[in-house]
Design a protein around this ligand. Structure first.
Ligand code: SF4
Length: 329
């Protein structure tokens, strides 16, 4: 398997006062292979979007390394950056804010084709725009209309067509359905899954709820207060969650089968997520964890591979495997 995006001990800190910093992303490592979809989940403020944006170079990093197809994302030449901005595209959270309501759909989709000179003439450009509209479930007739004439779901389809217009290799989807009506969220997730398969795309999909990433992701990273606390392929994570935080998140996922649903006990997380400016010493989840032990308040747990390909940062599993998921930087 070819690594598409390698993230090694990534840090993103914001200085907020003298000697104080907000650790939005703190020592996060993962690899996404070509054609794979990785989901990152966690409550708001856990650092998932900041992590994604730092991975694709929208935000500068504070430490660690990120490589896209072997190239350091934060140390690219202008020419490399130009190619990178074609290869890596983003689907934004809010299609009402990310698209100019007064712009024509055609112009929005054609812009990338023009910048990257992907059509030899106007005819080819038009053919490509119409083709992209059909790929996302719209029609050629929609091209001449202004964005404000469309619903949220349709606008997100336009955003997806815009991203695909430059034949990207990688899509960063930043909570692409959270601003949409529940009734159309599944349609957009299904569309992204279909396009990912058809185009052989690699995806990083950010969401705050596990039920969304379940369908779309090959593997999932769970973040809590700037840290990745569990990383595993999706089926393992759902069938055998390890970290107490993941277990709590999973009990909130609705289950269609009423028998299983009745048997399952909802774990209610008490307390609020602490401030990332003054995170608790030791494990950052210690103040809300029912399994908290003495060591948890003193020592920060490291990511360990507890079962093959299944990593977690929790002292409950300290003796299971001594191998630590940390890249040498
Ligand atoms: Fe809970 Fe301790 Fe594990 Fe943290 S390290 S999740 S406090 S058991």
């Amino acid at each position: 398997k070819q690594a598409e995006l390698e993230v090694k001990n990534l840090k993103k800190y914001y200085k907020i006062a003298k000697g104080k910093s907000l650790k939005a992303v703190d020592d996060v490592s993962f690899t996404i292979y070509q054609g794979e979809t990785m989901g990152i989940v966690g409550e708001s403020g856990c650092g998932k979007t900041t992590c994604g944006k730092t991975c694709i170079g929208i935000l500068p990093k504070s430490g660690g390394e990120v490589y896209f197809r072997g190239k350091d994302v934060h140390a690219m030449s202008r020419k490399e950056k130009f190619i990178f901005t074609k290869d890596v595209q983003m689907i934004f959270q809010d299609p009402y804010a990310s698209l100019d309501p007064h712009q024509k759909v055609y112009d929005i989709i054609a812009e990338g084709i023009q910048i990257h000179k992907l059509a030899k003439d106007k005819n080819e450009e038009q053919k490509r725009v119409f083709e992209l509209l059909e790929m996302v479930g719209l029609t050629a007739e929609h091209a001449s209309r202004n964005v404000h004439e469309f619903s949220g779901g349709q606008r997100q389809r336009i955003g997806i067509a815009r991203a695909l217009s430059v034949n990207p290799k990688f899509l960063f989807c930043d909570e692409p359905i959270s601003a949409l009506d529940v009734s159309i969220q599944a349609q957009i997730v299904n569309l992204l899954m279909k396009l990912q398969k058809e185009q052989g795309l690699t995806m990083l999909f950010i969401a705050h709820d596990l039920s969304v990433v379940k369908h779309i992701s090959d593997k999932i990273g769970v973040m809590y207060l700037g840290k990745m606390v569990e990383l595993s392929d999706s089926s393992q994570l759902y069938s055998n969650p390890l970290h107490p935080y993941t277990k709590a998140l999973l009990t909130a996922v609705p289950i269609a089968d009423p028998d299983i649903s009745r048997k399952r006990q909802r774990i209610i997380l008490e307390g609020d997520v602490p401030s990332p400016v003054n995170p608790p010493a030791g494990c950052r989840f210690s103040g809300r964890c029912k399994n908290c032990m003495e060591i948890c308040k003193k020592e920060e747990p490291k990511m360990r591979e507890v079962a093959e390909g299944h990593w977690t940062a929790c002292h409950l599993y300290d003796s299971k495997n001594e191998e630590v998921y940390q890249h040498e930087v």
